[in-house]
Design a protein around this ligand. Sequence first.
Ligand code: CP
Ligand code: NVA
Length: 303
Amino acid sequence: MSHRDFLAIPDFSTEELHALFALAERMRTGGYDKKPLAGKSLAMIFMKASTRTRVSFEVGAWQLGGHALFLSPRDVQLGRGEPIADTARVLSRYVDGIMIRTYKHNEVQELAAHATVPVINGLTDLLHPCQILADLLTVRQHLGSVRGRVVAWVGDGNNMANSWINAAWRLGFELRLACPEGYEPNADILARAREKVPVQVVRHPADAVRGAHVVNTDVWASMGQEEEQESRANAFAGYTVDAALMQLAQPDAIFLHCLPAHRGEEVTADVIDGPQSRVWDEAENRLHIQKAIMAVLMGGETV
Ligand code: CP
Ligand code: NVA
C-alpha cells in the first residue's frame, strides 16, 4: 500500500506547501467543513511532554470527523522496550495514521519505514516541521507571502532552527540565524539549503535581526537538555530578544515563539506580551496546518 509521511518540510514540494497553506487558511477562516477523517483514527505517541501538539492534533482529528489516541511511554509497551518496528507494524493494523514525538530523529524514520500508514513528525531532537509550517501560516496571515521576506532566528541552532532552514530551502526566503559558538544548526541541513538560498549564521543577534520581518526565538534548553540549563544560560547570555533588539527589525516585524516560553530568558515579557507578538495566532495555527496535513495524508484531500 502506498502512503506518504511527513517527517521533514522537504517531504512536500514547494507547490504542495503553498497548496497546504491555502487549505489550512480555508480551515482557519471557516471555509472547510468536510470530514475526510470520518471513521479514521490517529495514534499519537508522545515520548516527551506536550501541550500544543497533543491538543491540536487530537482536536484537529476530531474536527475532521476522526479520532485520536494519546499514547505515552507509561501506557504503551514501547516505553518498556518493545521495538519501534514492531510498534509500527501493530499500530498500522489498527489506525490510519501515526503521529510521534520523540528524541532521536532516526526512530521516527524507523517507525515510518515499518508502518503501512502515514507517519507525522510531532518533534524530534533534529526537527519540528509541523511547528514551522504553523509559523509560516502565521507569517502568511500577518505579512502575506514569505517570499522576499527576511526571517531572523535568535538562539539555539535546534530542531526549530533546522526546520526553518528546511523551509527557507523549499520556499526561497532569506534566513539569518544568530547562534552562540557550539550551538549552530545541523551542518548538513545548512549546507543543502545554502546551495539555493541565503542562509547566514552570525554570532550577534543584532546582525540577524537588523531589517528582519520576522523575529523568532525558542528556549535555550530544549526537552531532554534539562541538565544543561545552567551551562546554556551562560552560553546564551546576550541572546535575549528584548525591545531594544526588536527596534532593529522592520517597524511592522512580527515576533514568533513556538512556546513554551521562559520570560526573562530567551525573550522579555514586554516583547512576547507586546504588540508585535503573534504567538497566540501561531499556537492556534498548529491546529489549522495539522488538520490540512492530516486531511492530505490520511483523508485523501489533494494539494
Ligand atoms: N510548540 C510546541 O510544540 O508545543 P508543545 O511542546 O506544547 O507541544
Ligand atoms: N526546542 C524546543 C521546542 C519545544 C516545542 C524543544 O525541543 O523542547
